[in-house]
Every structure is written in C-alpha cells, then in structure tokens.
Design a protein around this ligand. Sequence first.
Ligand code: MN
Length: 209
Amino acid sequence: MSNRYPFELKPLPYEYNALEPHIDEATMKLHHDKHLKAYVDKLNEIVGPYPEFHNWYLETFLCNIHSLPNNLQTPIRNNAGGVYNHNLFFSLLSSKDTNSIPIGNLAEKIEKDFGSYENFKEKFKEAALSRFGSGYAWLVIDRNKNLKIITTANQNTPLELNLYPVLVIDVWEHAYYLKYNNRRNEYIDNFFSVLNFKKAEELYNRFFA
Ligand code: MN
C-alpha cells in the first residue's frame, strides 16, 4: 500500500458491517468509498504536477505544511489531512476480536493522566461534543510525553501541531448523520464500544520505541 504519490484508497481492515449496530454498514460504505476516496483522488490531483513531492510520505506533507509553496498549503492540509485522519480513524475502530478497553502501557498512562478510564471517557466526550462544526477529537502525546485531549477543525491534523495521535473520533456529520441524525452525543457513546485499544496501544508504544 503506497503511502506516497500516487496515493491509494486503503481498504477497511474489516467488513463494512463489522461495527454494527454501533456504526452502521451504510455509513461505513459512504464514509470509506465516497468521502475517503474523494480525498485520495483530490490529493493525487494536487500533488501530480509537482514531481519534487512525489517521494514525500503523507506524514511528510502534514509535518511540513509550512515549508510547502503557499498555494499548496491549504489544499494539502485539507486533502492529505483527509486521507491521514480517515485512515487512522478507521484503523482505530474494531471488529469483535479486539480490545474495547485500554490495555498495557496506554491503560497505565490513561490512569495516571486522567485518574481513570471513566474520567478519560467523560473528558474525551466533552471535547468531541464541543467541536463546533466539522472536525475531530483526539488523544495525543504532547512534547512532555503526557496524554492530552485536543480537537481539530476540518481536516487539520495534530501532526502540524507537533503532537502525536493515539486515538481519534471523526465528528463530521457524515460520520454519524445517517444513523444518529443530529445526536452526536449518542454516536460518541457508542463509538467507545468499537474502539480498538490494541491498535491504540501499538501507536502509543511506537512513540516510545
Ligand atoms: Mn469523515
């Protein structure tokens, strides 16, 4: 799977209906096959005419947005961000055979930094609800190697802020509107049931490796 130009649509790591009933099949199909694909296609269209960037990884673009030519900064932020954020979000959702509660080092750190997993969930939900309009809520590792909850607008990523992501929820309406209508609240509650903490633990440990 190419993480450089030409970028490819990464398949979901599970079936479209794997997250039922919490996240429905129709939403997953639309979200992956239409929304994510549009970001991949658009990104290729933008990067195509610039051979000097054909060996750049997705992350290279997002960590170095400010060194790109001015006219590329916003389209790259939106579309490379759209690809990166969705790939990460989908990979952090689980089918039935993965952990939906924190494990290992990440579990320990969540307890240390937030008091308990329950308290973390409350704070994370508050953040996800507070994101006005379209965007994401994140659990990230900051410069001091502590966990922090942040939100980003649109398709902005934590990479640009020098923060390393461990968990993410997409709170664009397209992520939940078909099933939950305007009930973002309920969508967030059910999101916790399909979180893949095995993957989150991998991301967390990779940062410290
Ligand atoms: Mn989305």
